[in-house]
Design a binder for this molecule. Structure first.
Ligand SMILES: Nc1ncnc2c1ncn2[C@@H]1O[C@H](COP(=O)(O)OP(=O)(O)OP(=O)(O)O)[C@@H](O)[C@H]1O
Ligand SMILES: [Mg+2]
Length: 294
């Protein structure tokens, strides 16, 4: 862990003036610890909406051998990521391009990739470093879990959007992620997006529980971006509706989240919904969020 932090610092990521060295893209990881909370769906939606707003966006599928981005877009699976790793193809040849939206998808159970046991965090950071001057945003669709790859990519990113769902295991896992990032990597700010929300009261409870715990037990703050409602219906209907871009309630929820986020990252002050709010309020106990690990 120590080695990873030193290496990250050597990449200049924590140096405030890094941008003046010619870096351009805001790197944003879509993360959360727990599986199935909506990271990939949200990363894809964000990437497509930002591209529609004329930002040049690169989405990198960091779930290197369980890639879902191409699946959700209805694209054929490919091994471009393996070709990039083995230098059989150039970066440009490995992208799926739709206007301003560029996707670097990954593999699905590729044996050769599996057996190589590569250091994917270094590899992906090298890819980003080489191309960040060409994009406004680089979004990282992070894998579930607390792997070194996931932690390093989260620490490397300029911002992290932590996706949680209203259940105890998601709250616990997201807190564990933020705790390790804070303690081992000095990450002191994360954005919170609550997905699969059924009621406003549920959303408010989530924000309060996580916000208070982060504030009271970590030297970090949580910036609240908002929520995406739980869409009932057939399996995969959510993704179809989310990516379809119709003028739906879902689209409006998402537009609010994105407005909050872009206003912060591009430095504007005020919107109809106000900027993302740092959390502060009354106390809860850390064990309310994380019963097992303190
Ligand atoms: N707000 C929502 N309402 C209903 N279904 C949703 C919502 N958000 C995501 N889903 C569904 O939940 C499932 C998991 O979503 P997704 O693949 O985006 O999660 P993930 O966090 O990327 O998962 P993994 O950890 O496996 O990478 C998908 O079937 C998706 O359609
Ligand atoms: Mg995913």
């Amino acid at each position: 862990m120590k080695q990873a932090s030193e290496w990250l610092i050597s990449q200049n990521k924590f140096h405030r003036d890094a941008r003046s060295l010619g870096r351009k893209a805001h790197t944003v990881s879509i993360t959360g610890g727990k599986g199935g909370v909506g990271k990939t769906s949200i990363a894809l939606k964000m990437a497509r909406m930002l591209a529609k707003q004329d930002f040049k966006v690169l989405l990198i599928d960091c779930d290197t051998n369980l890639s879902n981005t191409a699946v959700k877009l209805g694209l054929p699976l490919n091994d471009h990521f393996m070709d990039l790793v083995t230098a059989k193809k150039s970066f440009e040849e490995c992208l799926t391009i739709d206007g301003n939206f560029h996707l670097l998808s990954a593999c699905n159970g590729n044996m050769e990739l599996f057996e190589k046991e590569l250091e994917f965090d270094r590899l992906l950071i090298d890819v980003m470093s080489a191309h960040e001057k060409d994009y406004d945003y680089i979004l990282l669709d992070c894998p579930a879990g607390l792997s070194k790859t996931s932690l390093t990519l989260n620490a490397y990113s300029d911002q992290r959007i932590v996706v949680v769902t209203p259940d105890r295991s998601s709250i616990t896992d997201s807190y564990s992620l933020m705790k390790i990032l804070n303690t081992r990597y000095g990450v002191n700010e994360n954005h919170l997006l609550v997905n699969k929300v059924s009621t406003l009261a549920q959303y408010q409870r989530m924000v309060r529980t996580l916000g208070e715990t982060v504030e009271n037990f970590l030297t970090a703050r949580l910036r609240v971006l908002g929520f995406v409602a739980f869409e009932r219906g057939a399996v995969d209907r959510f993704d179809q509706e989310l990516l379809g871009g119709a003028n739906s309630a879902l689209e409006r929820d998402f537009a609010k989240v994105l407005t909050r986020f872009t206003e912060e990252t591009v430095g504007a002050n005020v919107s109809a919904h106000g900027p993302a709010r740092p959390y502060n309020s009354m106390r809860v106990r850390e064990q309310d969020v994380q019963p097992a690990i303190c």
